[in-house]
Design a protein around this ligand. Sequence first.
Ligand code: B1M
Length: 281
Amino acid sequence: MAITIDTDKEQDIEDLQYDIDDSRKTDRWSDAPADLKELFHVLEWNIIDGEHAKTNSLIEPALAKGVSPRTLIAGPMAKGIAEVGRRFKMDEYFLPEVMMSAKCMQAALATLKPLIIAEKAEEIGTVVVGTVQGDLHDIGKKIVAMMMEAAGFTVVDLGVSVPPEDFIAAIRKHKPKIVGFSALLTTTMNMQWETLKIIKAEGLREAVKVFVGGAPISQAWCDKIGADAYASDALVAVDKARACIFKYGAIKGGDPQLHANMLVIDAEREAMKAKATATAG
Ligand code: B1M
């Protein structure tokens, strides 16, 4: 009798094992000075425990020690909320716990936002962002919006569960150079595609460069739906958005050449990372 292997399930188990190994690392902040390492650990655990007042009370001391807002967001805060996601997936946490941890992230981001925006560079254009219809996740999108603003963009954030017609209206009203869709659910990622189709049908595709992001989104998905750029995180989003203005401003949205140029940025980033790792080793 033929043996049937459920490869989807196998994939899941591998994913979970990776997550578990990662979350059990006890020496995560080993390259930070001892006092910061302790502070990062406590911040991360307060997010995991959903202690929003305590989380927020750690932001000032961290800043006073010279830690940048970006390091706090990309470091202990990101690790904390990722562990919450793992626990949720493993049925160790339920919705109320996730909501408490999300509140911690929101509170800390609200404290950090003015500092990030204060770094705002010279105005370089408008970006419209939103979480697509049906999806209420907005922590990652808010980080992307903040970083874009600091880089000099005027950001029009349409919020969460944004229907395609609201994106269309915002493109007509604000005439952005870039429009970005965030989606965190496998059930809502398709709304990125639907929204893009409506942008095309309305004759606006060439007027905007379309960015996609969110946990289930990948370069393969970006290729499949015909978006211009995929950003795995906020820093990649800023890099690509700046390139769309300064290097590829003359290329229209939807042009395959623009898509190819965005892939070159990823390749360059990977090469730089590999070089840095080789030098460190
Ligand atoms: Co939800 N949730 N959630 N949740 N939640 C996930 C996404 C999930 C993966 C958890 C899990 O199972 N492990 C799972 C989705 C599974 C799937 O689809 N396969 C899930 C689920 C199932 C659900 C509900 C359906 C649960 C339920 O009701 N039974 C429900 C859905 C509600 C809805 O949207 N209709 C739900 C609800 C919620 C809360 C409201 C409680 C809360 C959201 C609060 C909020 O956002 N205001 C919540 C949270 C917090 C999470 C997790 C734990 C954390 C998400 C997050 O904030 N990450 C999440 C688990 C996970 O993702 N591992 C989970 C931190 C953030 C910084 O990362 O958003 O990825 P991220 O953003 C990154 C990049 O992705 C990128 O840059 C960001 C910064 O670096 N990026 C972009 C994001 N958007 C971008 C846009 C760009 C470019 C880059 O261009 C425009």
